[in-house]
Design a protein around this ligand. Structure first.
Ligand code: HEC
Ligand code: HEC
Ligand code: HEC
Ligand code: HEC
Ligand code: HEC
Ligand code: HEC
Ligand code: HEC
Ligand code: HEC
Ligand code: HEC
Length: 421
């Protein structure tokens, strides 16, 4: 009998550390899960949520984060300090709990060979991580963003860090004045408007209405774990990772050496609105806010604005000519393609604005105007041909009518000549 008990104990002792490595599904015989599932809230939630947890799917269980003995159904025995039971981790202990596996490259390679293992290292240098190291437990730790239980893959639409849900996850703290109380940003109370401002942005609209997952949410600009995304030395330079053509031009301009906030100096950093040509128009604060009357900066703005407005007017005129010819039945597909190309010049001109060099904008606009002139010539030729065809049609319709009338009188005359009956 003692033999059997000894063997079983030995089996349990071997099995416990080996089980996770074999990546088996969590056995229902897990004493922690079994007991907790039947407890009152909030003690049952961890066990219930665990069914959908990526860790459960990989064969891990409560003890892999909390320690303890899962092989017993006795509460005290399960949490005997001798079993290594750690209780509920808080603050830096949370990060250590996760990093024990997620920072161990050899261990992680066995389960997820392509997954990064630098989350805790990146976190340590982020604003959150540095504050935590100073003893501030109001900052985000791993579980603030991923949850402690029911952790899902980041690609799972229900994960709190899925692109469409990240903003609300960050917002849980960053919109709450009482949570952010006691924090300051360069001497002023820490602002809590980031989410509200972001929700008015072209980025939020592209992401949520346009379903464009390439549009940024909080972590695309701030990094998921580190202070800024990899390869960006400061958050203010993050725009160029996606808007490279704009950044390339801007970086060569006088402004790049003066502006502390980079692109955000004109576009804001959270409430980034769809841009339009009115930003350049006289009276708009984009340039007028800093450049007074008589300054080069303002003259440049006026020139660029006039150039772009000129191209837009020409595009509209040529567009309606092509449209008139097309609805009249003329073959205009070649001109429609050319018109699309000319329209690209307008987009390009708006990019060239970021050189803040009027010659760069004018050059692109002039190319567009030359393309439009060629389309105009083709369009006018089509209208002339149309008039010619219409004249031809009118003549033939006239001749046919004449023939029908003549035929009618001929038939009447024949009718009169025939004897009645
Ligand atoms: C027989 C039932 C039972 C078993 C088995 C059991 N627990 Fe508990 N657990 C409880 C109860 C009841 C509480 C709440 C009372 C308390 O704080 O001790 C609790 C509290 C906890 C807490 C939060 C309170 C704290 O500071 O300890 C954690 C974490 C926890 N259990 C994890 C585990 C883990 C991990 C296992 C398996 C190794 C386990 N439990 C096994 C019944 C159980
Ligand atoms: C991936 C690691 C991990 C696993 C696996 C895990 N926990 Fe936890 N658990 C934590 C952390 C971390 C906390 C601390 C709370 C926080 O940071 O939000 C916690 C908190 C708790 C608490 C305190 C109440 C609460 O919800 O905050 C209980 C009870 C608990 N866990 C029980 C369990 C049980 C039972 C299991 C197995 C079904 C389990 N945990 C699995 C990491 C884990
Ligand atoms: C658990 C609450 C909490 C959550 C969730 C949270 N934060 Fe924070 N965050 C804070 C607190 C508190 C500070 C203030 C630290 C300080 O005093 O500088 C902070 C500071 C910051 C800062 C400024 C830090 C610096 O480098 O100067 C940024 C940027 C930031 N958070 C971004 C985010 C993003 C992005 C998310 C979501 C992916 C997020 N936070 C989620 C609590 C949170
Ligand atoms: C401020 C919020 C926040 C904190 C704190 C945080 N994460 Fe993340 N984490 C994210 C986001 C957002 C993603 C999704 C990245 C993506 O979509 O590519 C992510 C992704 C991950 C991934 C998937 C692989 C990867 O690196 O993209 C793992 C694993 C992970 N986090 C673990 C951790 C661990 C461990 C900690 C604590 C050291 C932690 N996270 C802290 C927000 C956070
Ligand atoms: C016992 C080791 C271990 C511990 C402790 C652990 N994890 Fe994991 N975690 C893993 C492994 C292994 C995977 C990969 C599973 C897979 O890809 O099949 C994983 C996956 C994840 C993922 C999903 C990544 C993806 O593929 O999108 C997240 C998020 C995550 N863990 C967060 C955490 C957090 C937060 C903690 C701490 C509360 C934690 N983990 C604690 C081992 C661990
Ligand atoms: C398009 C990029 C971008 C997006 C998206 C973004 N931020 Fe920012 N954020 C910035 C820039 C740029 C700064 C200014 C950084 C600086 O001056 O060093 C900033 C500053 C911050 C700060 C510091 C305090 C402040 O208001 O200046 C916090 C906190 C913050 N962002 C949180 C968030 C949260 C939460 C989200 C999502 C709701 C978010 N950010 C989305 C680019 C972005
Ligand atoms: C000095 C002010 C200023 C700065 C700095 C600035 N922009 Fe702009 N941006 C403008 C103006 C003005 C427009 C509108 C041009 C138009 O539509 O005629 C614009 C338009 C845009 C557009 C929309 C273009 C389109 O096709 O409608 C994007 C995208 C853009 N900027 C990105 C950036 C990025 C990225 C940076 C930094 C690398 C940046 N901007 C820096 C003033 C600025
Ligand atoms: C992760 C990629 C990404 C980052 C980072 C990013 N953007 Fe965007 N941005 C987009 C996408 C996608 C759109 C929507 C599609 C479009 O209009 O190009 C967009 C739209 C815009 C628009 C509106 C364009 C229009 O047509 O009117 C402006 C202005 C803009 N972004 C400026 C910025 C600025 C300034 C930053 C940095 C603070 C920034 N973006 C950071 C991807 C990004
Ligand atoms: C935040 C303030 C600010 C905004 C907004 C701003 N500028 Fe400037 N700009 C400056 C400063 C400062 C200089 C360098 C001093 C100077 O020459 O006036 C400068 C320089 C210039 C120069 C070079 C002038 C020269 O003498 O070589 C041009 C051109 C220019 N800006 C055009 C623009 C245009 C166009 C806009 C609007 C799209 C604009 N700026 C918006 C602050 C600004």
């Amino acid at each position: 009998m003692t033999r059997i008990v000894q063997t079983m104990t030995l089996a349990v002792l071997i099995w416990a550390p080996v089980r996770p490595l074999l990546a088996q599904p969590a056995p229902s015989a897990d004493g922690c899960v079994a007991c907790h599932a039947d407890l009152a809230e909030p003690l049952a939630a961890p066990a219930q949520l665990f069914a959908d947890d990526i860790h459960a799917a990989s064969g891990f269980s409560c003890v892999d984060c909390h320690g303890g003995d899962p092989a017993t159904s006795d509460r005290a025995a399960a949490k005997d300090p001798a079993t290594g039971y750690r209780g509920v981790p808080t603050g830096p202990a949370v990060v250590e709990t996760c990093a024990r596996c997620h920072g161990d490259a050899d261990f992680m390679r066995r389960f997820a060979p392509t997954q990064r293992v630098d989350q805790a290292a990146e976190y340590a240098v982020s604003g959150h991580g540095r504050r935590l190291a100073e003893g501030d437990t109001s900052v985000a730790t791993c579980t603030s963003c991923h949850g402690p239980h029911g952790i899902r893959r980041v690609s799972d639409a229900q994960s709190p860090v899925f692109p469409l849900r990240v903003a609300d996850t960050c917002g849980a703290c960053h919109t709450d004045p009482s949570h952010m109380a006691g924090h300051d940003l360069g001497g002023v109370p820490f602002p809590t408007d980031q989410l509200a401002a972001y929700e008015t942005s072209a980025h939020f609209e592209a992401l949520t209405v346009g379903n464009d997952l390439s549009a940024p949410t909080c972590n695309d600009c701030h990094g998921s774990h580190g202070a800024t995304p990899p390869g960006v030395d400061a958050v203010v330079n993050v725009c160029g990772t996606c808007h490279a053509a704009f950044a390339a031009r801007y970086e060569q301009s006088t402004h790049a050496f003066i502006f502390e906030q980079g692109c955000a100096q004109c576009h804001d950093h959270h409430a980034i609105k769809a841009a339009d040509d009115a930003m350049l128009a006289p009276g708009s604060s984009t340039c007028d806010g800093c450049h007074g009357e008589g300054e080069t900066g303002l003259a440049v703005a006026r020139t660029m604005s006039a150039s772009i407005e000129g191209l837009k007017a020409a595009l509209a005129q040529t567009g309606s000519l092509v449209e008139r010819a097309r609805t009249a039945g003329m073959e205009m597909s070649e001109q429609e393609v050319a018109l699309r190309e000319a329209r690209n010049q307008l987009t390009l001109a708006r990019t060239e604005v970021h050189t803040f060099d009027p010659a760069a904008v004018t050059q692109v606009v002039d190319e567009g105007l030359a393309q439009l002139a060629a389309i105009d010539r083709a369009g006018l030729a089509a209208m002339v041909e149309l008039r010619y065809r219409r004249l031809g049609l009118a003549v033939s319709v006239g001749l046919i009518l004449l023939f029908v009338v003549a035929l009618y009188f001929k038939v009447r005359e024949l009718d009169r000549r025939l004897p009645p009956g």
